[in-house]
Design a protein around this ligand. Structure first.
Ligand SMILES: Cc1ncc(C[n+]2csc(CCOP(=O)(O)OP(=O)(O)O)c2C)c(N)n1
Ligand code: SF4
Ligand SMILES: [Mg+2]
Length: 303
């Protein structure tokens, strides 16, 4: 039996020596995801920070077979690999991984196709809420009012004008058996969800909230604290949608979002009205989710 630490295998399959910034949230997500998937895994990676920092030729941080295609086609490559193994009667975990830019925006068509065709692939989106690798441009996962290089705070606009795209729900509406959100502040929860996703006989989708100190502008030792603030304030709701039924991770003593915002440079321009609007958005969505939880099955499952 593998040696475990805090309920996770000690062995690292995404190993040290990669070139991410210190305090990188997504790099932790890679470590935990690989601990859950184990050695019998092929990883297909979209372009983005985690691909770039882990694969500078001739080096690799991956101790499992790993392939990088382009920014937009990881789900299509994963689909082909899955069918090839299936035709040989081999059982291998297929993890497709992309950032929010690759998943919410540019690879969404390929992801939708992979899901609709029913490929047995677990897709993990690590969400650092912008196109970080190319210099902090906004994505459709960037939150309302976030200061990015393409939604800069200035006289005309105060950061991004649109709220975050509700991607887990868009994926769930495809009829997928397993969709989950997770965070790097609760490795056991994320680990269990990746295991569950890989065990599904069909596509599964996991969205992991993973702060980026470079893009969000916070000190490198605050990554987990900020993630914790996002969970406790319900900025990042954590839930599963299993066979169409939504189950929320409970939050005792929900806190206000002020501290979460104050810890980050990307929000330092906000005025009181904007903080109020953001709080309202978070509260409304939490209420919506808690109400949805009481309804039983909210999505049809067709996979
Ligand atoms: C078709 C295409 N457009 C743009 C790029 C340039 N590009 C490479 S990585 C990247 C940003 C990736 O953002 P995300 O998926 O959120 O990952 P992150 O870098 O934030 O980890 C962009 C725009 C590209 N490689 N291919
Ligand atoms: S820019 Fe952000 S996501 Fe990219 S390596 Fe640095 S901390 Fe990690
Ligand atoms: Mg990103």
């Amino acid at each position: 039996m593998a040696e475990m630490i805090l309920g996770l295998p000690k062995e690292e399959l995404f190993c040290s020596g990669h070139t991410s910034c210190s305090g990188c949230g997504p790099a932790l997500a890679m470590r935990y995801a690989l601990k859950a998937a184990g050695k019998n895994t092929v990883v297909v990676h979209a372009t983005g920070c985690m691909e770039v920092v882990s694969s500078a030729y001739p080096l690799s941080a991956w101790k499992v077979p790993w392939i990088h295609g382009t920014f937009e086609n990881a789900p299509a490559i994963a689909s082909g690999i899955e069918r090839a193994f299936k035709s040989k009667g081999k059982k291998v975990n297929i993890l497709a991984i992309g950032g929010d830019g690759a998943t919410f925006d540019i690879g969404l068509g390929a992801l939708s196709g992979m899901i609709e065709r029913g490929h047995k692939v677990c897709y993990i989106c690590y969400d650092n809420e912008a196109y970080m690798n190319t210099g902090k441009q906004r994505s459709s996962a960037s939150p309302l009012f976030a200061n990015t290089t393409t939604t800069p705070f200035g006289k005309k606009i105060h950061g991004k004008l649109e709220p975050k795209k509700p991607l887990p729900f868009i994926v769930a509406a495809h009829g997928v058996k397993y969709v989950a959100t997770a965070s790097i502040a609760n490795p056991q929860d994320f680990y269990n969800k990746v295991k569950k996703g890989l065990a599904i006989d069909g596509p599964s989708f996991i969205h992991v909230f993973a702060p980026c100190q470079f893009g969000w502008k916070f000190p490198t030792d605050k990554t987990i604290e900020i993630t914790g603030q996002a969970i406790k304030s319900c900025v990042a709701p954590i839930y599963e949608i299993e066979n169409g039924i939504l189950k929320l991770n409970k939050v005792d003593n929900k806190i206000k979002i002020d501290n979460y915002l104050n810890m980050q440079g990307r929000y330092k321009h906000l005025n009181k009205e904007e903080v109020f609007q953001l709080q309202q958005f978070v509260d409304d969505r939490w209420k919506f989710l808690t109400e949805l939880e009481t309804k039983g099955k909210v999505f049809d499952v067709v996979q």
